[in-house]
Design a protein around this ligand. Structure first.
Ligand code: KIV
Ligand code: ZN
Length: 516
């Protein structure tokens, strides 16, 4: 029997998340996000704030037609038109919830609402009673709960439950709470209203103004909350909301202390994070827990050595769990010989001790000059300095012809053993045209799978570096070309890849002959 408590994941990326500056989404994008949230298996999607605009109502209707598994929720103030807008927005939803909120703290009562305690209780009762006509699932949030007098909080929450609320959400609206304090508040509410966390869902909604949103959410779970409101990548008003991936992975990794689980499909986490980042244009900071690009990267030599001996020495989570391909050992100036040898092995180079020592010295020199040492750099060290890739094909001449409305044409001259070959080809842009011309000469088929340009020096005459990855007969080859002309750099990289293939093919042929 599973004695663990289920924690419901209420995702508000499409409501509170979308509220953060610069994160507004088109209806199509909202549908795309909602579908990914469904793949993540979130329990509830807060799809928006219907009263905010007619477009929002339509967007939620579109989500309702595309997403069936999770409960869809719409936010409403405690006024009839908002409840009606939520009703309209959710009319096609298979499973639906309305989320009504009303501020309860003294500062909000006095300055924002200009209403007294008793009057607010009456407003809550009246509107929940009205919402009940259309919804059987009603969530009530006393806004700014963490700054509300706890006794008054109990009073208004009890009134809301009596009126028909099926879930109560305790928001730390301004991110003011401190974990032990917030945990105590939740404990107090459970003691005073024992149905909370049992027949009535007890939710928390924490903001990150002090960077404590996740800690506060976890403190609440430890004290009886059974739902958390959160967003992908922690986006949301101001400093954001509690980040879903952090809460979910904390519960997963520390089951020993929480004795709780979520139904989240962990493998979908990284896709969800990237989708949100792509749609909102908000980059995830590299050191962000779980989904930051450095979260599973190791550079220190001691750590890399430990990881290679046993991953768990320096990793508490397996990156594959969240949908990443694996741990990354970043090659840089802090890397040690062990990691260097292993990485070279992965790239297909098995060097003698002497060759390894030479290559490692070159690598350390390079790492002092360059922040990131990529696979291509390592290949270049080994192939240029140790193995020395012979130049079979070499660039002799190139010309690009551009005419408006016509495909770009490239004329390429390359030589092999002093014989020059020329070809003209057109393509989708100058690089494509050049690559096609080369292919027509060499008859060597290569599929371009990665292409990137970066400038290696500054100014108008900056040196451009083109890195490519091609595949040929199930093998991947990376190569690099540099020039002040990026088309020429691209051609040089392509010819380098070609020359590597020639070497590899020769090696294989020799092996075959030996076997025969
Ligand atoms: O932060 C907040 O208080 C909210 C409520 C609407 C739940 O977003
Ligand atoms: Zn909020």
């Amino acid at each position: 029997m599973n004695t663990k408590r289920k924690i419901y994941i209420f995702d508000t990326t499409l409501r509170d998340g979308e509220q953060c500056p610069g994160a507004s989404m088109t209806p199509e994008e909202k549908v795309q996000v909602a579908k990914q949230l469904e793949r993540l298996s979130v329990d509830i999607i807060e799809a928006g704030f219907p009263a905010s605009s007619p477009g929002e109502v339509q967007a939620i209707q579109r989500i309702s037609k595309n997403v069936k598994k999770p409960i869809l929720c719409g936010l409403a103030r405690m006024v009839k038109p908002d409840i009606d807008a939520a009703r309209e927005a959710l009319r096609y939803a298979k499973r639906k919830r309305i989320h009504v909120f009303l501020a309860t703290s003294q500062i909000h009562r006095e300055y924002k609402l200009k209403k007294g305690k008793a009057e607010l209780i009456e407003i809550a009762k009246k509107n929940i009673t009205y919402a009940r006509k259309f919804f059987s699932d009603i969530e009530f949030s006393p806004e700014d709960a963490s700054r509300t007098e706890p006794e008054y909080l109990v009073e208004i929450v009890k009134a809301a439950i009596d009126a028909g609320a099926t879930a109560v959400n305790i928001p730390d609206t301004v991110g003011y709470a401190i974990p032990h304090e917030f945990g105590e508040l939740i404990q107090y509410l459970v003691k005073e209203i024992p149905v909370l966390g049992k027949t009535v869902t007890l939710s928390v909604h924490c903001h990150n103004d002090l960077g404590l949103a996740v800690s506060n959410s976890l403190a609440a779970i430890a004290n009886g909350a059974n739902q958390v409101e959160c967003t992908i990548n922690g986006i949301g008003e101001r400093a954001g909301n509690a980040s879903m991936e952090e809460i979910v992975m904390a519960l997963h990794t520390r089951q020993d202390t929480f004795n709780a689980y979520t139904d989240i499909t962990l493998k979908e986490i990284i896709k969800a994070s990237r989708l949100i980042s792509h749609i909102t244009g908000m980059n995830v900071q590299p050191n962000k827990a779980i989904v930051g690009k450095n979260a599973f990267r190791h550079e220190a030599g001691i750590h890399q050595d430990g990881i290679l001996k046993k991953r768990q020495t320096y990793e508490i989570m397996d990156p594959k769990t969240i949908g990443l391909s694996g741990t990354q050992l970043v090659m840089g100036k802090h890397s040690g010989r062990h990691a260097f040898r292993e990485r070279l092995k992965k790239l297909g180079f098995d060097l003698t001790d002497e060759q390894l020592a030479k290559a490692f010295k070159r690598f350390k020199n390079l790492a002092d000059k360059k922040k990131n040492v990529f696979d291509e750099d390592l290949e270049a060290i080994v192939e240029d300095e140790i193995i020395r890739i012979p130049v079979t094909w070499q660039l002799v001449s190139m010309g690009i012809h551009v005419e408006t409305g016509k495909p770009v044409k490239a004329t390429i001259g390359i030589k092999k053993q002093n014989k020059v070959f020329k070809a003209v080809s057109s393509g989708d842009g100058p690089v494509d045209a050049c690559y096609k011309a080369i292919e027509s000469i060499t008859k060597q088929k290569m599929k371009l799978i990665d292409y990137s340009i970066q400038s290696v020096t500054w100014g108008k005459d900056a040196l451009g570096e083109v890195n490519i990855k091609v595949s040929s007969k199930n093998e991947e080859i990376s190569a690099r070309g540099t020039s002040t002309d990026i088309i020429e750099a691209s051609v040089k990289a392509y010819l380098k890849a070609l020359n590597k293939i020639v070497v590899r093919t020769k090696k294989k042929d020799t092996k075959k002959q030996c076997v025969l």
